[in-house]
Design a protein around this ligand. Structure first.
Ligand SMILES: [Zn+2]
Length: 64
């Protein structure tokens, strides 16, 4: 019995020590995937633009 167990931020179930603060590895993975998904999404456009510039710059300055 551990009434201090915080609620899983993903599904709201009581978290367990092994996967704290999540209730299960599944919720932990889901949260991680959401983070990764947003992380890729938000800077994705900038990264794409920068990548194109970088590609052009790379081709321009490539001493091949
Ligand atoms: Zn959960």
């Amino acid at each position: 019995m551990s009434p201090k167990a915080p609620a899983c931020p993903v599904c709201g179930e009581p978290s367990v020590a092994q996967t704290r603060p999540f209730c299960s590895p599944a919720c932990r993975d889901r949260d991680l995937l959401q983070w990764l998904g947003e992380g890729y999404r938000v800077p994705g456009q900038q990264t794409d633009e920068a990548s194109q510039k970088n590609a052009n710059y790379g081709l321009d300055s490539e001493p091949d």
